[in-house]
Design a protein around this ligand. Structure first.
Ligand SMILES: NC(=O)C1=CN([C@@H]2O[C@H](COP(=O)(O)OP(=O)(O)OC[C@H]3O[C@@H](n4cnc5c(N)ncnc54)[C@H](O)[C@@H]3O)[C@@H](O)[C@H]2O)C=CC1
Ligand SMILES: O=C(O)C1=NCCCC1
Length: 173
């Protein structure tokens, strides 16, 4: 899943440098090779701290049950996309970091009941992404922001419809 997230990130920047960390260095090397083969600038980092240093955007996408990203490693004004740890007993972001950030999510109900990082830190969700897109809640671009993604069934349904349309547009089942 991470390669697709990174490609979307790259699409919105004129200049960028991607640093990849994985607990298995060969997995990080494999992803870097894949990105470079698609003309995306990327390099391996030996630690999460090294990867996060001075980063504007940090993507975490793990099945970790103890936090891998610490508050001291993240600069003020950074944005974190936390895609992993989708269960109450999973954690990928240190509690102090979650408390320092402004929390956005796809579904408030899901985040408050399923996202271990949000539940453990005991912080409220500031806004759903839909509220930001509608303009009823600000994006707080200059603050430390965290987007806690959990995925919505409607995304799966719409994606299935798009795939169906692409395959059978002229030849419905
Ligand atoms: N927010 C969303 O919409 C979605 C979230 N997920 C979640 O995202 C996470 C990643 O999913 P995939 O990329 O499909 O799985 P994957 O199995 O390809 O990747 C999981 C990664 O987590 C790493 N990892 C696991 N435990 C770790 C630990 N203790 N410390 C450091 N790294 C650790 C593994 O080394 C691996 O690189 C999973 O937790 C999955 O449930 C998956 C799909 C959608
Ligand atoms: O595919 C997965 O794994 C998940 N998808 C949505 C949220 C939880 C995990």
């Amino acid at each position: 899943m991470l390669p697709n997230i990174l490609k979307k990130n790259v699409a919105i920047f004129i200049t960028y440098q991607i640093r990849i960390w994985n607990r298995n260095i060969e997995a990080a090397e494999k992803l870097v090779t894949l990105l470079i083969s698609e003309n995306i600038k990327a390099e391996v980092s030996k630690s999460v701290q090294e990867a996060a240093r001075d980063a504007d955007i940090i993507n975490t996408c793990t099945g970790a049950s103890t936090p891998i990203l610490k508050a001291d490693w993240v600069k003020a004004g950074a944005h974190i996309n936390s895609v992993g740890a989708p269960r109450p007993d999973f954690h990928e972001i240190e509690e102090d970091l979650v408390r320092k950030g402004i929390i956005y999510t796809d579904s408030r109900e899901s985040a408050e009941n399923e996202a271990g990082d949000v539940i453990k830190a005991g912080v409220p969700v500031f806004a759903e992404i839909g509220e930001v897109l509608l303009g009823s809640k600000p994006a707080n671009k200059n603050s430390l922001t965290i987007y806690k993604s959990l995925g919505l069934a409607v995304q799966d349904a719409v994606t299935a419809r798009l795939v169906y349309n692409m395959l059978y547009e002229n030849n419905p089942l």
